[in-house]
Design a protein around this ligand. Structure first.
Ligand code: FES
Ligand code: FES
Length: 157
């Protein structure tokens, strides 16, 4: 039986009739066209699919869309506003925190949630916060640097 889902995505109310077995990742990408969120492993191991659900980072590949009923989901598409990139996006570019970019949306969403809770993080805190987000390209140092730069930038906003 189909499921009538109502939730918020990037501050917009969304109502959809979906198959109850669809994951949040499938609904975001395939039903809503929000392809910024990536599918890497599909098993909760890589973090490429990280989105925020009520402000907390979750692997969208592990959550049934129906479980997001009534929640506020935030994806990477929400970060830039009025054609201006988010300070984290700017910092990732400036620091070389991305190469192929496949991990980047998930990294950014984990980092956004982390910096909201920890506006002045140390390097170890950043590495721990991003431990669930795998990157096959950068070696992580530039990503950590980008988050440090963004934290400083956001503190001055
Ligand atoms: S695609 Fe969800 S954790 Fe890898
Ligand atoms: S930039 Fe390629 S996986 Fe991270």
């Amino acid at each position: 039986m189909d499921y009538k889902l109502k939730f918020s995505v990037n501050r917009q109310t969304v109502k959809l009739t979906i198959e109850p077995y669809l994951t949040l990742l499938e609904v975001l990408r395939d039903k809503l066209g929000l392809t910024g969120t990536k599918e890497g492993c599909g098993t909760g191991d890589c973090g490429a699919c990280t989105v925020l659900v009520d402000g907390r980072p979750v692997c969208a590949c592990l959550l049934l869309a129906a479980e997001a009923e009534g929640s506020e989901v935030t994806t990477v598409e929400s970060l830039a506003s009025n054609e201006k990139l988010h300070p984290l996006q700017e910092a990732f570019i400036a620091a070389g925190g991305l190469q192929c970019g496949f991990c980047t949306p998930g990294m950014l969403m984990s980092a956004v949630a982390f910096l909201t809770q920890n506006p002045e993080p140390g390097e170890t805190d950043i590495r721990q916060a991003l431990a669930g987000n795998l990157c096959r390209c950068t070696g992580y140092d530039k990503i950590v640097r980008a988050v440090q730069v963004a934290a400083r930038e956001m503190a001055h906003d």
